[in-house]
Design a protein around this ligand. Structure first.
Ligand SMILES: C[S@@+](CC[C@H](N)C(=O)[O-])C[C@H]1O[C@@H](n2cnc3c(N)ncnc32)[C@H](O)[C@@H]1O
Length: 326
């Protein structure tokens, strides 16, 4: 999610959300489209690996009533507390666990969700995180350089910014932020450190990178640090592998990604797992023994319509892909 329109769970409309300070009822990103692809059935067991404030989860629980069960994971303990409150009405049909979805396999097995009938990942950070300066995700709000989804463990953005070598910082900013001025940014950061706050870092980046309308100069550097702090691509790779493993034939994994590196990883994983042979092209005889596990349901990613983008600008970069276990 990547704009600044605040939104929070809407108590008046179960399964929907409301923009703070506005009257428009507001649903989580690509809500109908994700539900249509997952097609929850009464009695199935589902995993929401990024339960967030519980909007998609509530939709899955409503669609799988009366006996459908949901295992919701979130790396962020505070967000999970909100989901707990939000989903309390579903009682014992919901199990919520504070965990990274990279560990989905073991968590699912230990809570009786193996196999499952569908898995949803709605990647990135919640709007509550963007809007909370204390989390350090926003370059527009003064806060500590934290950026961890799970504040109980791991290195913060400040740790990376203040201890990595210039070359390692440049590599990280280039690889995860696709920032063409990565070397210049890294050089300037090293010259100015220690850096402690989001605004300090954003100002240093803005000395090197020119923004353009709609793109703050620090956007790519902040994205890169967030991805590195949370090992987002590593977690996604492990989460997808676990999801494919947990599904039974006919069941669906759906992923909503918000930037190109994540979306590319989802697309490539689905493509690879939809093929029988993954030997290098030109190899005359197959030696890999790989067998297709997925059928791709979305040739092109599903994206929000103009109406959803107008209602929720944060949805504008969302891409939904889904595949069915065969
Ligand atoms: C975009 S929000 C999900 C919103 C949710 N679909 C809803 O309807 O409210 C993404 C959530 O995923 C969590 N998250 C991000 N990466 C994660 C990971 N690797 N494991 C578990 N949770 C993660 C974030 O803490 C955040 O709460």
């Amino acid at each position: 999610m990547d704009s600044d329109a605040p939104h929070a769970p809407c108590r008046e409309h179960p399964g929907s959300f409301k923009l703070l300070g506005a009257e428009t009822p507001h649903r989580p990103v690509l809500f109908d489209e994700a539900l249509r692809l997952l097609d929850p059935q009464p009695g199935g067991g589902y995993i929401d690996g990024t339960v967030g404030a519980g909007g998609h989860a509530a939709g899955i629980l409503e669609a799988s009533a009366p006996h459908g069960r949901l295992l919701g994971l979130d790396a962020d303990a505070e967000t999970l507390a909100l989901a707990r409150e939000r989903l309390a009405a579903f009682g014992a049909r919901v199990t919520l666990v504070h965990a990274n979805f990279a560990r989905m396999g073991e968590v699912a097995r230990s809570h009786g969700f193996d196999p499952v009938a569908g898995v949803l990942l709605d990647l990135g950070l919640s709007s509550m995180d963007v809007d909370d300066p204390a989390r350090g995700f926003s370059f527009l709000r003064e806060g500590p350089l934290d950026m961890r989804y799970d504040r109980a463990q791991g290195q913060t953005a400040a740790d990376l910014v203040n201890t990595l070598s210039e070359a390692a910082l440049a590599d990280l900013i280039y690889r995860y932020g696709e920032e063409r001025r990565a070397r210049g940014v890294a050089r300037r950061i090293v010259a100015r450190r220690p850096l402690h706050t989001t605004i300090e870092l954003a100002a240093v980046v803005a000395e090197v990178v020119r923004g353009r309308p709609g793109l703050h100069p620090a956007t790519r550097t902040f994205q890169a640090l967030r991805m590195a702090v949370n090992d987002e691509l590593g977690a996604l790779e492990q989460g997808l592998a676990a999801a494919i493993d947990l599904l039974q034939p006919g069941d669906v994994v759906a992923v909503i990604a918000f930037h190109s590196l994540e979306d590319r990883l989802v697309k490539q994983t689905f493509r690879r797992e939809a093929q029988d042979c993954i030997c290098p092209p030109g190899q005359p005889v197959c030696t890999c023994g790989h067998r297709a596990a997925l059928e791709i349901l979305t040739r092109k990613p599903v994206v929000p319509g103009a109406e959803e983008i107008a209602r929720n600008p944060r949805s504008r970069s969302a891409k939904l892909r889904a595949a069915r276990r065969i």
